[in-house]
Design a protein around this ligand. Structure first.
Ligand SMILES: NC(=O)c1ccc[n+]([C@@H]2O[C@H](COP(=O)([O-])OP(=O)(O)OC[C@H]3O[C@@H](n4cnc5c(N)ncnc54)[C@H](O)[C@@H]3O)[C@@H](O)[C@H]2O)c1
Length: 233
């Protein structure tokens, strides 16, 4: 299996590799031989993740960039190309998340949802979490005639999840953009796919799922109540 899926000639860029899902994917890409650029805003967390890939025998480095800032992404693109000796051939878009202000609490009212919070969630997930990095890193892949873009959508993008209205709609848009790009770039050699995870405890949802003592919140308990394996991923 490992030989079949070796990535020795690949340069993988993981935006949001500072987080749980992106960080874990970065480690796996490194374990399969890709040179991994861990990209994000938090140098400490990114550095720790890159170090753990290097300690496991892989090759990784942290590069600072904000998914919502085209200039910083382009700067990171140049630095990564120089470090790896080749442009990115894999792009994982794992920056994303929700904002409490864009959530409808029980008994809350969608008619009162603040538009700026809605826009922030769309900006983060659709623009910074998919569109902008694809624009910045996609051109090198098109020029090379090979590449793979992997967006992290969500199950809530196909079945809207209660309360998280802006997040669900933004992830639906990520899925739609993924299909659009997959079609648009289909003849260039660049593949575009999305993964829709279920519930994984991560930074952005830990408070929603767990109390400080580690027990489930009401919401966490409800989710587990609908989960036959009785545990989170
Ligand atoms: N955890 C889950 O249950 C779950 C389920 C479905 C989808 N997802 C999606 O998976 C992706 C990864 O999330 P996670 O759960 O690992 O959360 P996480 O909070 O652990 O990771 C997200 C990372 O993205 C970074 N980030 C946020 N804004 C950024 C920006 N503008 N530029 C660069 N980096 C930025 C954060 O600092 C963080 O390190 C997100 O798109 C999330 O919506 C998560």
């Amino acid at each position: 299996m490992k030989n079949l899926f070796r990535l020795d000639d690949d340069v993988a860029v993981v935006i949001g590799g500072t987080g749980e899902l992106g960080g874990t994917m970065a480690e796996s890409l490194g374990a399969f031989g890709a040179k991994v650029a861990v990209v994000g805003r938090n140098a400490e967390r990114g550095g720790v993740r890159a170090a753990s890939i290097n300690d496991a025998g892989g090759e990784a480095k942290f590069f600072a960039a904000d998914g919502l800032n085209a200039d910083s992404l382009d700067e990171a693109r140049g630095q990564i190309k120089q470090w790896a000796g080749a442009p990115a051939s894999v792009l994982v878009n794992a920056a994303g998340g929700n904002r409490p202000e864009a959530t409808i609490p029980p008994g809350g009212d969608i008619c009162k949802l603040p538009l700026d919070a809605w826009r922030d969630v769309f900006d983060l997930n659709l623009v910074g979490g998919a569109l902008l990095p694809s624009q910045v890193f996609g051109q090198d892949m098109i020029d090379a005639g090979v590449g793979s873009v992997i967006n992290i959508a969500s199950m809530s993008g196909t079945i809207p999840l209660s309360r998280v209205v802006a997040y669900s709609a933004a992830k639906a848009a990520v899925i739609n953009l993924t299909m659009w790009l997959a079609r648009e770039w289909s003849t260039t050699g660049v593949r575009v796919n999305a993964i829709s995870p279920g519930f994984f405890p991560a930074e952005q949802n830990r408070k929603l799922l767990f109390n400080e003592d580690g027990s489930y919140t009401e919401r966490g308990g409800q989710i587990i109540g609908h989960t036959p394996m009785n545990r989170f991923c």
